[in-house]
Design a protein around this ligand. Structure first.
Ligand code: PLP
Ligand code: COI
Length: 341
């Protein structure tokens, strides 16, 4: 278990064993001290609510190496708050933001030699999760919870990296109901979307584009990422109660405005795909993944031919990466330096 075998420049988005994960237990009304362990498994009661009733949520954030070897976490406070929101929505005990920060700091420091080097294109992906561990047979919240954080060094989510990928519009399966849990990061949303995503991959697409479940008329998001498009100086991204509020997307809205685009959140009709000049998926794992074309029914909306992303996607990608790696000044207070010693 060391990092000697890692080819940093060709890392996939996959689990890689590291030294330690950190765990906290909520029991009798209080969170325990954090325990760093090298155990990759969890002892679990067979009637735990996470196994039966889906009491589970998670987060994803990235830590980057700066040119002078510092560990820079991107917008981790936003992840802390979203995790708490997810917990509350499915009646789990939310880890307080201070505990979240302590966990990230400790687990990153304990795995410092798995932080990919500056310039490798890779980063340390941090995966916090909360699960209901207390036993229940009736449908009600658990009395005990586990908050665990592990890390894994990763490359790009879509294996092409910053190269355009095709999407297909999914009309026969929904990811999330309008008043359901699509706006929080609970595991059930991914179970709901998995079949559609796998079908899309079998069909040669990188992923799907889900439509709103009620009208089947507006764009929601992709399987693991939000959607945005560029048209006539506008950055357009869907407004919907059933999509995850992406921290990357929120950052791109700010960056797009800064370089003169008009950033607009609104319902986006699926028919509009034929009017966009560029399109992209965005998220922690996906970063910005430009979209080459979108297939909808028997029609195709094409944004790029070949491997060249559009100019606005490229500019946004470069600006985002520069802030994340400390190459550009952090004027918004998005970056947290994690002490490694
Ligand atoms: N939408 C879904 C369904 C996701 O799983 C993710 C990934 O976290 C995103 C959007 C992007 O969110 P963020 O930019 O906060 O990572
Ligand atoms: C992320 O971008 O962090 C995600 O959680 C997306 C996916 C890997 C589920």
């Amino acid at each position: 278990m060391d990092n000697a075998d890692i080819d940093w420049k060709n890392l996939a988005f996959a689990y890689h064993r590291t030294h330690f994960n950190i765990r906290y237990t909520w029991r009798d009304g209080a969170w325990s001290e954090g325990i760093l362990t090298n155990d990759e498994t969890i002892p679990l009661h067979m009637a735990a609510t996470c196994l039966h009733y889906g009491q589970e949520c998670f987060e994803g954030l990235k830590v980057f190496s700066s040119q002078d070897g510092e560990a820079l976490a991107f917008r981790m406070n936003e992840n802390a708050h979203r995790l708490a929101r997810s917990c509350k929505k499915i009646l789990m005990e939310p880890p307080p933001p201070g505990l979240f920060k302590e966990a990230i700091f400790k687990v990153v420091r304990a795995n410092a030699d798995f932080l990919p080097p500056y310039g490798s294109g890779a980063s340390l992906y941090v995966r916090p999760l909360v699960i209901g561990t207390g036993p229940r047979v009736g449908v009600k919240p658990a009395g005990e919870y586990l908050f665990l954080v592990f890390v894994t060094p990763v490359g790009p989510y879509f294996k092409t990296g910053f190269k355009p990928v095709p999407l297909v519009v999914e009309e026969n399966m929904d990811r999330a109901a309008p008043l359901g849990v699509g706006d929080v990061k609970v595991g059930g949303n991914y179970a709901a979307g998995m079949k559609a995503s796998m079908n899309a991959r079998k069909g040669g697409y990188a992923d799907v584009l889900f439509l709103d479940a009620k009208h089947k008329r507006y764009i929601d998001e992709s399987g693991p990422a939000n959607f945005f498009a560029i048209r006539d100086g506008q950055y357009i991204t869907p407004e919907s109660h059933s999509i995850l509020p992406s921290i990357t997307n929120k950052s791109l809205v700010t960056l797009a405005s800064e370089f003169g685009l008009d950033a607009v959140r609104r319902q986006v009709e699926i028919e509009e795909i034929f009017t966009f000049q560029e399109a992209g998926c965005c998220g922690t794992a996906a970063v910005i993944t430009p979209v080459s074309y979108i297939d909808w029914r028997d029609r195709r909306a094409i944004y790029c031919r070949g491997e060249q992303a559009g100019p606005v996607c490229t500019e946004l990608y470069n600006r985002l990466l520069a802030i994340q790696t400390g190459d550009a000044p952090d004027t918004h207070g998005w970056v947290t330096r994690i002490p490694l010693d």
